[in-house]
Ligand binder design. Sequence first.
Ligand code: AMP
Ligand code: ZN
Length: 111
Amino acid sequence: MEDCIFCKFVSKEIPTEIIYENENVIAFKDINPKAKIHFLIIPKKHYETILDIDDENTMKDMFKAIKEIAKKYNMDEKGFRIINNCKEYGGQEVMHMHLHMLGGEKLSLNI
Ligand code: AMP
Ligand code: ZN
């Protein structure tokens, strides 16, 4: 999608450090980290919100990404937090669906 910064990360039009990739998903560091580890996991295809994802392979690959990133970045033992902000009430700012993955320390922020 034009003018979507996350699509430009996927197409590599804008370079970013991709910390993880599988068939349908990439992950990269959040530019404004709220924890020692703060990654964003996004589908390669542009879906505006979590409600728009209609492809089972993408859903599977989002979960696969969570598991594999947890292992790769040593968050599998102590844990981490996954957040999705959806639309206005959820405070979604970037309209390309993404999961926040926060960890690397005990998180103090609450829902
Ligand atoms: P939200 O849409 O509220 O769930 O959050 C959007 C997130 O994207 C925020 O945590 C931002 O810090 C992050 N973000 C915005 N622009 C970039 C960027 N260019 N690179 C990495 N992260 C970004
Ligand atoms: Zn996009």
